[in-house]
Design a protein around this ligand. Sequence first.
Ligand SMILES: [Zn+2]
Length: 493
Amino acid sequence: MQLYQNQQIKIYNSLSGTKETFKPINDGYVGMYVCGPTVYSNVHLGNVRTFMSFDMVFRYLKHLGYKVRYVRNITDAGHLENDADVGEDKITKKARLEEIEPMEVVQRYTVDFHNVLKTFNFLPPSIEPTATGHIIEQIELIKTIIDNGFAYEVNGSVYFDVHKFDETNEYGKLSKRKLEDLIHNTRELDGQSDKKNPQDFALWKKAEPQHIMRWPSPWSDGFPGWHLECTAMSTKYLGDQFDIHGGGMDLKFPHHECEIAQNEAAIGKSPVNYWMHANMLHLNAQRMAKSTGNTVNPDELLSGNNKFFSKAYAPSVIRFFVAQSSYRSVLDLTDDGLAASEKGYNRLMDGINELESIKTASSSSFNVTEWQQKCYDAMNDDFNSPILIAHLFEAVKYINQLKDGSATITKEDLNLLTTTIHAFTFEVLGLKNDAKEAVGTDKLAGAVDLLIKLRQEARANKDFALSDKIRDELAEVGIQLNDGKDGTTFTTN
Ligand SMILES: [Zn+2]
């Protein structure tokens, strides 16, 4: 008997716009695909929030006893600038700027991505396939789509015929867009003149002579379109139809819309039963963007070395903060918000630590069985982690009453309370009792900030020997001072 046989999950399906009862294709098994990162720069905190949401979904499904095959890809080719069909490949561009091989870019940022996820206590996916490892599958898929009459070749490139597809299928059903509206709103971009219509998207692009990442194909030496890899890899590992497809809200259109179109054009079936989209992460009520400087990366948030936050925060505090909002809400990252989450997290951990010293009695003054089901009900309701956390705090309140003698609990109920609160806190929410580690980082940040101030004073007094000494000796112990126009920051290595 598995837990999922008694717990009925409802999932908000972006395709229908309603919460639907979750019924996997194969009883007891779940196939889940989540679009992974394009590994051309350090992972964005907004992406971390998205992957954290799906890590929680993965964890809860596993907790219920489902056998989950979780596939999350690495995009290491084919993703052009501005998510469009023209422009430079994001990875090639980075390689050119840094004068390294594109695959060195891929390696560097894949390692960075894995390090960040490990820091935040993510469970690794079951399979993590790469786009470059599935070029053959993508070429085969294009051949099928051409054979079925939904794609055409021009000058060595292959495009998906959106208008033809829309005659028999419904393009835009996920993002709730109509092709006729898209026609009015699409600008003709340079270099798209090969397309029959501007709405068509590339399945294969002929490589320009300077394009390094290229593979032979029946049409040209080139590279696959960005949307194609996810269709090729999801169906390879999860089948023509699978249960859950997740990703960030920004991928709904065009990326996921194109995935549906490719799948229907190639296989004649809609690929996914439940589409899930995690909402955006804002910083101080504004979109995070490198162009405006309103951005902080995971390392800076964890070290406290940034201009937005008063201190360092532990990975579990950040996880807790993320779980305090529904994955479908916009989440606003603020110093006050994180500080409040840190207090809440500490209160939860203190409560859990108290459990060992609780004395039992012949009766319980709190209905633990009912409380346990409330925790499940919260997660069954579209993974509503903020409600789950409210129930965990209800348990902490009870634990504190037990401690001061104003409540009672039986041995059986204490066991149930302990296993349940452990399961939801550590297994499902993925928290660790590691906030104390951050205190060390925080103290380091405080000490370095003091040295930065002393160095500024030395410079103001024209004591350059002292200011250089502070900089050089910090560098010797692995702390680099970086002078910028907004003041001095530091990085550790
Ligand atoms: Zn994708």
